[in-house]
Write a protein that binds this ligand. Structure first.
Ligand code: UDP
Ligand code: MG
Length: 167
């Protein structure tokens, strides 16, 4: 099945200068990148991204991790990869959630670690299934930031929105 998947290079991946290595690994999949940006991660965005983990003992630390507060890198590289079996291909390259259990040659096996507070710093996020991919892609990207029309969108006239423009 041809499908999109959300990939994030998390703040530990950025801090460790792993962006190039991780992108090289991901290129083994031959998938297409159809969206990419550096994104600041607000608390609201981090909490929404990990809403399925609310209530876990590591949740607050996980939010701090995704926001970059543990790595002095308050951003992530957010991307949408697209192609045949994209979700499974990227998950396989990423490896298991727990870096100690991940295949040693997977991205998480190679680059991940468990902090003393018990959070898995595993360098990369990858969507788990179609429903999660759609939810996550819509959370991180607007329709015009994606090269393909992945999901139905509509035109909306937005008035009195305050945003920064070049001075
Ligand atoms: N996580 C953690 N401890 C756990 C489970 C998850 O620190 O016991 C962190 C880890 O960074 C993981 C993220 O929370 O990538 C999201 O967890 P999920 O279960 O969705 O795993 P993933 O889909 O990232 O493999
Ligand atoms: Mg997940």
């Amino acid at each position: 099945m041809i499908q999109p998947t959300l990939v994030l290079i998390k703040p530990d991946g950025l801090k460790k200068s792993l962006t190039g290595n991780i992108l090289t690994r991901l290129s083994e999949t031959k998938l297409e990148i159809v969206a990419a940006k550096m994104a600041k991660v607000t608390k609201d965005l981090a909490v929404k991204h990990y809403e399925h983990l609310k209530g876990k003992p590591f949740f607050d630390e996980l939010i701090r991790y995704l926001m970059g507060e543990l790595h002095d890198r308050k951003k992530v590289l957010a991307m949408v990869y697209w192609g045949e079996d994209a979700i499974q291909k990227v998950r396989e390259l990423a490896g298991a959630t727990n870096p100690e259990e991940a295949n040693p040659v997977s991205i998480r096996g190679q680059y991940g670690r468990i902090t003393t507070k018990g959070v898995y710093e595993n360098a990369i996020h990858a969507s788990t299934n179609d429903i999660e991919a759609e939810r996550e892609i819509k959370l991180w990207f607007e329709p015009d930031e994606i090269i393909l029309d992945l999901y139905p969108s509509k035109k909306a006239t937005i008035t009195s929105v305050e945003k920064r423009v070049w001075a």
